[in-house]
Structures are given as structure tokens and as C-alpha cells.
Design a protein around this ligand. Structure first.
Ligand code: CTP
Length: 243
């Protein structure tokens, strides 16, 4: 449908403790159109993870509403919602087993070709191939130890394989070098035709080519636009750029 991949926040407030201190998100409203790439930029503690965690309902707003494809997420069955909204968490979560099992977690019947295509797009195929057992390499306590950046790339491959209409990368390339990160972004663009993508980052280089960037400060959207627009309109953005 025309709304496939649309996300809307309407006056969202959110706090971790009910009736606690100041809310973590304050009156957040925006509309992400199907197929858009949205960067979410802000300093540590600004509320970026909290914001995206509301989309697959890892938490619910205390006020306001989150809509996916025009429907309040609270009225979408959780399993269906989570098949539409893929999220790669800040701390990559892998389980003991082979690399192949870890990648195909979101699509158990995936073929080797599909698994490899997802791994290539996530810049993971080459290092996986460099292990003597390739995709059958065991990871976890009884297997090889992966670097933080390798774990992140396997998590991205897993998310890509499931081809969600909405994909969220929460600081998912923070442990990957800049050149590899740029290649992953290009591959994502090619692969995610039509999917809406949210990329959370603390550095501007990770989001500069996004269609739109939401600048978050202290739980609010303080500016939005593309890179060129924000360089003109937002002092906060220029400060981050120059730091
Ligand atoms: N917070 C909390 N309980 C949690 C997670 C976060 O109280 N389980 C608080 C944090 O201490 C912070 C605020 O919520 O004050 C926003 O956190 P977060 O959304 O994680 O901010 P980010 O902008 O994502 O920060 P970072 O880049 O460091 O991940």
C-alpha cells in the first residue's frame, strides 16, 4: 500500500519511570514517508534510542501516539509489528551457534544465496569467508571471538535478510571504521529500495547523506532538514559539525 513503511509520531512524551522526573521524550512529532532515510542525531543521553525503541514497542509512550502505516502501534499484533519494524540494537545481540544461524534468525527458511547477499550488503561476507569454516563458524563461548564491529555487521545482515519495511540502525556501525561504514550505507541504499530507514548516530558523517536529519536535544526535536539545510539553519547542528 501507499503507506507501507510510513512512521508517524504524534505529540509523544515518554519517561522510564511513571510520574518520575522530567520525561525523556517531550512532545516529539514527525512523519517519515515510505522509503525515506531519516538520520537521528544528538549527543549521548539526548533520547535517540528511547525514541526509536517506541516503534517496535520495546516501550510505549506515556502520552501521544506512534503510528506505523497509519495505524496506532498499540492496535497492531506485536508479532506482525516486529516483522515490519526491524531494529539493530546498539549492543549487537548474537547467540551461541553458527554465523549462518545467527544471520538467518529472522528468516529461518532463507537460502544460502539470500544469506550471502545480506552479508555482502552488511560488509560481513569477506571476514566470514576468511574463517576456515566460513558461514558454519561457531560463535559465542565455544567458538571464535568476534570484534565489536564484526558483531555489528552480522546483526545488520540479520536485519537485512528479513527485509523489514522499516529498518532502524541504532548506532549500529559505531565500532566499524569510517570507510566500511560508508560502504554499508551505499549497499543499504541499493538493497532497501522502498524501505524506510532510521539511522541513529552521534557523528554527522553517518547521517549526512540522509534525506532528512532529526536533531535531538534533551528529548526534543530541535531542528530537522537535510545536511545542507541544517548547516544554514541550525546552530546546534553546526556545533556538532565543528566538534
Ligand atoms: N534512560 C533510562 N533508562 C533506560 C534507558 C535510558 O533512564 N533504560 C535515560 C538515560 O539515562 C538518558 C535518557 O533516558 O537520560 C535518554 O537515553 P537514550 O534514549 O538512551 O539516549 P541516546 O540519545 O540514545 O544516548 P546514547 O547515544 O548514549 O545511546
Amino acid at each position: 500500500s501507499a503507506l507501507y513503511g510510513q512512521v508517524e509520531f504524534r505529540h509523544v512524551f515518554f519517561g522510564y519511570e511513571e510520574g518520575g522526573e522530567e520525561p525523556v521524550l517531550k512532545d516529539v512529532s514527525f512523519l517519515a514517508k515510505p522509503g525515506e532515510t531519516i538520520g537521528i542525531l544528538g549527543s549521548t543521553g539526548a533520547g535517540k534510542s528511547s525514541l526509536v525503541n517506541l516503534m517496535p514497542r520495546l516501550y510505549d509512550p506515556t502520552e501521544g501516539s506512534v503510528l506505523v502505516n497509519g495505524v496506532d502501534v498499540k492496535s497492531i499484533p506485536l508479532e506482525e509489528l516486529r516483522s515490519q519494524v526491524g531494529i539493530v540494537l546498539q549492543q549487537a545481540v548474537l547467540f551461541g551457534g553458527t554465523i549462518r544461524d545467527n544471520i538467518r534468525y529472522g528468516k529461518p527458511d532463507a537460502s544460502q544465496d539470500e544469506i550471502e547477499a545480506a552479508a555482502r550488503a552488511a560488509e560481513a561476507h569477506d571476514f566470514i569467508q576468511s574463517f576456515p569454516e566460513g558461514y558454519d563458524t561457531q560463535i559465542g563461548q565455544r567458538g571464535v571471538t568476534l570484534s565489536g564491529g564484526q558483531k555489528q555487521r552480522i546483526s545488520i545482515a540479520r536485519a537485512l535478510l528479513a527485509q523489514p519495511g522499516i529498518l532502524i540502525l541504532d548506532d549500529s556501525t559505531s565500532a566499524v571504521d569510517l570507510r566500511t561504514e560508508a560502504r554499508i550505507r551505499t549497499a543499504l541504499r541499493d538493497r532497501l529500495q522502498g524501505s524506510t530507514c532510521f539511522i541513529i548516530a552521534q557523528r554527522i558523517s553517518s547521517v549526512a547523506d540522509a534525506d532528512r536529519i532529526l536533531v535531538i536535544e534533551d528529548g526534543r526535536i530541535v531542528a530537522q532538514g537535510n545536511h545542507a539545510e541544517l548547516m544554514v539553519s541550525s546552530e546546534v547542528y553546526r556545533d556538532i559539525y565543528e566538534s
